[in-house]
Ligand binder design. Structure first.
Ligand code: ADP
Ligand code: MG
Length: 767
């Protein structure tokens, strides 16, 4: 029995899904697999787990599992459901990549899809669950897709063993045909329960013209107009990334200030004008202090954290993308009086809140609270607000129509971040956010003609990125012929072939016999069995290239260093973005000063001789070591241009990787040395060999002056796959060294093609 508070009960009864409880529960009782489809906000995520709980699906020590593609949703939804049911977080819990509050008592468990995928590797039948809900299936995240494919098989295996498993797939009202009309996935099409929601009409207003560049400015003007001229009701703005979100928040707070009673924690620098000012002051002080004495950091004794991070997953990529692209300390951006002559207007206070995936859970929770008396709520969000979270009281939506995605070149793997138009389906989802509580309005900052050219649906993620990590995980699950896997939408053949080729090259899969004819060869290339090395690699929660580095390292040699480097490479973008535009000459000077200091630190961390040859990876090692030695404080990070959040993430991943490495070689008795000394010359040599082995296919050769085709090739490198020149990124310590051969972590295309994470290699090491 559940004891809900009367208010909560009343709130629930207003949700459209409540009237469908019986229909849903009957469908679940009669069918192993059910699809529940309903408008965002209709109550799927918060209510369906409760229906199942009350129907006894968490009896006999079994758990109701719910997967979410985003960490934000897993945490927020577990808290919301616990509150609605009046149960403790020990009973309604969550598990995300590095943290969770699952206990022996847990009955309902929210987790990211990556967490469940890892659990399948431990127990393919997932015996501890009686029912699993795959939520937000319409988002088509890679792990959601894979899970659905795997679960279609697990459900029938469980049936054979008389341990029935129920599977619910929940989706917003977007295309579900990929699930229902897919014979290979579900030979018997599962029933679809549609939840009719009381969606109020939303009037869509298109711009007459589409602004070419400044959609943030256009958002600002639109919000100002709405706030000044239209009746009460919350405003939700869609932008593309964290930096944009913060910039617009600051601008709006300046335009419509209001005094807050409770000062925000200092973590969110963008939170109020006052906080910002304080923060800048202290930063200026820190800068001054630092200019006087460059810190002397000894690498002789920096400490390492104890291992012991629990469960892990491969987090949905979004978070890292955001982290990679946005610097969260970009206070200098968009500053100054460039607000089109807007005078601060304190008579019309606006309660402005940011919302994006990397925001701390406490900050995220603020958007669900009623705004302070006499203010209007304005949430400035990235894509997270499109479907996974429903913000109460929104009447106006301002949609810039754009989304930021990482784009990969299929053949070369070169990636770039691109801001593109959303799909029509996404734009309609965004508009729908305005009609939850009463009729609303959606302002689209683009013309209806432009909308007409949008793609109808966003392409599933699995068709848009390299799949070597997935292929390795699937092989480790003994799915040898990945082409035959019942994907809701399969990746391209090219992507699958490229993945198998890379895994064969890394030694994770057995090479196909060479004698076969072409056609057979093609087929056998797609069914290479996994090797022992591959199995070991699959246990590490990092990309296969990095997993290989860990698998090759000797416990007595350089493993702790390899772990640190791999953790740092996986987290990406350790260093703050310092090439950003500055608003004024003063700020430019400060920025330049910082750039110079950071460059100096990097050189110090890179060292000389053998260690300099390890290049940017040596810098990573030095930066992490120095930062840990200094206690990993926000001040240290700020002073050295390091991203604090990245450093915390690296700390967690190091613990996790150490545990994973210990699990595969217990005999070695590897322990975490709290006083890891800097690597010796021979250890650096060993590290360079390991790095070269892991990144072997990312090799580039310096173009010698006699081969210079023309001026565009000056200082350029040639890679096997690309016709165009690639360059060492200016932020690299090897930028001026220009070694003959290098390996790189990735190539990112901006104005040119740049190699990042560069390390020098001796060519004879390359097999
Ligand atoms: P769906 O999954 O169908 O999109 P949800 O179950 O997430 O719907 O949301 C149902 C309702 O519960 C929404 O109207 C939303 O406003 C409300 N809600 C969800 N989470 C919270 C929360 N943390 N605080 C207050 N209300 C919430
Ligand atoms: Mg939901």
């Amino acid at each position: 029995p559940v004891h809900r508070s009367p208010e909560m009960q009343e709130e629930r009864l207003r949700l459209p899904i409540l009237s469908e409880e019986q229909v849903i529960m009957e469908a679940v009782a009669e069918h192993p697999i059910v699809i529940v489809c309903g408008e965002t906000g209709s109550g799927k995520t918060t209510q369906v787990p409760q229906f199942l709980y009350e129907a006894g699906y968490s009896s006999d020590g079994c758990i109701i599992g719910v997967t979410e593609p985003r960490r934000v949703a897993a945490v927020a939804m577990s808290q919301r459901v616990a509150k609605e049911m009046n149960l403790s977080p020990r009973v309604v819990s969550y598990q995300i990549r590095y943290e969770g509050n699952v206990t022996e008592e847990t009955k309902i468990k929210f987790m990211t899809d990556g967490v469940l995928l890892k659990e399948i590797q431990k127990d393919f039948l997932l015996r501890k669950y009686k029912v699993l809900i795959i939520d937000e299936a319409h988002e088509r995240s890679v792990y959601t897709d894979i899970l659905i494919g795997l679960l279609s098989r697990i459900v029938s295996l469980r049936a054979k063993r008389h341990l029935p498993l129920k599977l619910l797939i929940m989706s917003a009202t977007l295309r579900v045909e990929d699930f229902t009309q897919n014979q290979r996935l579900f030979p018997v099409p599962p029933p679809v329960v549609k939840v009719e929601s009381r969606q109020f009409p939303v009037t869509v207003h298109f711009n007459k013209r589409t602004p070419l560049e400044d959609y943030s400015g256009e958002c600002f003007r639109k919000v100002c107009k709405i706030h000044r001229m239209l009746p009460a009701g919350g405003i939700l703005v869609f932008l593309t990334g964290q930096a944009e979100v913060h910039a617009l928040c600051r601008r709006l707070r300046r335009a419509f200030p209001h005094v807050r009673r409770r000062p925000p924690e200092n973590e969110d620098q963008g939170d109020s004008v006052e906080e910002t000012r304080k923060f800048k002051k202290s930063r200026a002080r820190a800068r001054k202090a630092q200019a006087a004495t460059l810190p002397q950091i000894s690498l002789d004794s920096y400490s390492v954290l104890p291992a012991g991070e629990g469960d892990e997953d491969r987090e949905a990529e979004m978070d890292e993308e955001e982290a990679a692209l946005d610097s969260d300390l970009d206070l200098d951006l968009g500053d100054g009086g460039a607000d089109g002559g807007e005078q601060p207007d304190a008579s019309l206070p606006l309660h402005v809140l940011p919302l994006y995936s990397l925001l701390s859970p406490e900050k995220q929770a603020q958007v669900f609270q009623a705004p302070p008396e006499g203010t209007r709520l304005c949430v400035v969000a990235t894509n997270v607000a499109e479907t996974s979270l429903t913000i109460p009281g929104i009447k106006y939506v301002v949609d810039c129509g754009k989304v930021k995605k990482r784009h990969y070149d299929r053949v070369t793997g070169v990636s770039s971040f691109r801001i593109t138009w959303v799909s029509q389906a996404s734009a309609d989802q965004r508009a729908g956010r305005a009609g939850r509580t009463e009729p609303g309005h959606c302002y689209r900052l683009y013309s209806s003609a432009v909308f007409g050219d949008f793609e109808p649906f966003p392409p599933p993620e699995i068709t848009r990125r390299p799949v070597e990590d997935l292929v390795l995980q699937m092989k480790a699950l003994n799915i040898e012929r990945v082409v035959n896997f019942p994907f809701p939408t399969p990746p391209s053949m090219e992507a699958l072939l490229a993945a198998e080729e890379l895994l064969v090259a890394l030694g994770a899969l057995e090479a196909p016999p060479k004698t076969e004819r072409m056609k057979q060869l093609q087929r056998s290339r797609l069914s290479c069995p996994i090797t022992a090395l591959g199995r070991t690699m699959a246990t590490f929660p990092v990309a296969p290239r990095y997993a290989k580095m860990l698998a090759l390292s000797q416990p007595d040699g350089c493993l702790p260093y390899a772990i640190t480097i791999v953790a740092a490479m996986t987290v990406r973008e350790l260093f703050e973005e310092l090439d950003r535009p500055a608003a004024s000459d003063d700020k430019l000077a400060a920025l330049k000063g910082k750039r110079a200091r950071v460059a100096q630190m990097k050189r110090a961390w890179a060292g000389r001789g053998a260690s300099l040859k390890l290049g940017d990876l040596m810098v990573l090692l030095g930066a992490v070591g120095a930062c840990e030695y200094a206690g990993c404080s926000p001040q240290f990070c700020e002073a050295h241009g390091l991203r604090y959040k990245a450093m915390l993430e690296i700390r967690r991943l190091r613990g996790q990787l150490t545990t994973a490495v210990n699990a595969v070689c217990p005999d070695a008795g590897l322990f975490v040395d709290p006083k890891m000394r800097p690597p010796s010359e021979s250890q650096v040599t060993c590290l360079r060999q390991i790095v070269a082995a892991g990144l072997g296919d990312h090799l580039a050769r310096r173009v010698q002056s006699e081969d210079l085709l023309d001026d565009t090739w000056r200082n350029a490198y040639k890679t096997p796959l690309l016709d165009d020149p690639v360059f060492i990124h200016p932020s690299s310590v090897l930028f001026r060294e220009l070694p003959d051969f290098v390996v790189y972590q990735e190539i990112v295309e901006t104005t040119k093609m740049y190699m990042k994470g560069v390390s020098a290699v001796e060519i004879q090491w390359i097999p």
